[in-house]
Design a protein around this ligand. Structure first.
Ligand code: FAD
Length: 312
């Protein structure tokens, strides 16, 4: 048995979600290598080599992998899959696109978004938007797995001495090309890995009113989240959406403001350690998962809370 963990990165630094995938690999129990696919990603490979316990770091550094497009990434992984019993990646949007393609190329099933490992062939994963938990057993020769990163702690890093090996079999399928990219700039922490998240919902009322939520987020050094209703109403960009069709978060503190608590929203945040809800409806379903609730008008409560935090 041997596991290949696929690194998530931006060609400059290793994303911390990779370390959650390594934790899942450690629970599987086999020795593991890390695969870095990118362009100009030598610094990422060096970081990956320091992950505790890693045997080897395979690096495919090629123009065709600069943006980790799904077709090229899947084909490149297929070319390097031999000898691995498990291929594991964090369930990022890139990997959720690439890994099912890899599974199809290898002729095996895809095991998505696992939250637990019971053994080398048995995994736990949420279904029905997190309303039921399935235990799945795979008899495939190679298990292709994406990992819900909020369900695993980061594996230790710093003491690893993995050997870095370049691979020269990157595949360019020629099926797609990147025309341009716009990267959202923010001084705030990244939503998926922030320790505090402040989210606004439809109850916030308008794009202008979202400034209240931003001010509270800044006061707490928190990432900014939103419900899908707030995104659909144009209050904030869709990269802030939390939930079944948005990002899955599990911060130490999640503050939900003007959010009713629909199951699709809960699916993205109910793993948070402490949940605070601010809602004028005392019967809102969000209070069923909240540890603390402030019932009242958010236009009064959020500035009051923000002012109190400013004075401590
Ligand atoms: P609402 O349900 O309208 O709730 C607004 C809340 O604000 C209410 O509880 C109200 O009491 C409160 N409020 C109003 N005014 C004030 C005030 N002045 N002060 C205090 N409180 C106030 N949703 C997601 O969030 N994420 C997803 O990923 C997602 N994926 C989906 C996928 C599918 C397939 C489907 C069908 C739906 C999905 N949804 C998702 C939508 C989801 O079902 C809900 O419609 C949505 O979460 C509701 O957002 P909301 O709570 O902001 O709005």
């Amino acid at each position: 048995m041997k596991t290949l963990v696929i690194a998530s990165h931006n060609n400059a630094t290793l994303s911390p979600v990779t370390l959650a995938a390594v934790s899942a690999a450690l629970k599987i129990g086999a020795s593991f290598d890390i695969f870095v696919a990118g362009k100009g990603c030598a610094a990422v490979a060096e970081e990956a080599a320091k992950v505790d316990g890693v045997s080897a770091v395979l690096v495919a550094d090629h123009d065709a992998l600069a943006y980790q497009g799904a077709e090229n990434l899947a084909a490149t992984l297929q070319a390097n899959a031999e000898g691995y019993s498990h291929i594991v990646a964090p369930a990022t949007s890139v990997m959720k696109d690439a890994l099912p393609r890899l599974a199809a190329l290898l002729g095996v099933g895809q095991i998505s978004d696992i939250t637990g490992v019971n053994g080398e062939a048995e995994f736990v994963r949420p279904i029905y938007a997190g309303n039921a938990i399935a235990t799945v057993t795979s008899s495939d020769a190679v298990k292709v797995i994406t990992v819900r990163t909020s369900a695993f702690d980061a594996a230790p890093t710093g003491a690893g001495t993995g050997a870095i090996t370049a691979v020269d079999n990157a595949v360019d399928c020629g099926l797609s090309r990147v025309v341009s990219e716009e990267i959202a700039q923010s001084e705030r922490p990244e939503l998926a890995s922030a320790s505090i998240v402040v989210s606004g919902g439809r109850g916030v009322g308008s794009e202008e009113n979202f400034a209240l939520i931003e001010k509270l987020a800044d006061r707490l050094n928190a990432a900014l989240g939103a419900s899908r209703a707030a995104v659909d109403a144009g209050f904030i960009g869709n990269d802030h959406q939390v939930g079944q069709t948005g990002k899955i978060v599990a911060p130490d503190l999640y503050v939900a403001v003007g959010i009713s608590g629909a199951i699709q929203h809960l699916a993205g945040m109910q793993g948070s350690k402490v949940i605070v809800a601010i809602n004028k409806d005392p019967d809102a379903p969000i209070y069923e998962v909240a540890d603390y609730g402030l019932v009242g008008d958010l236009h009064d409560l959020v500035p009051e809370l923000e002012a109190k935090l400013a004075s401590v």
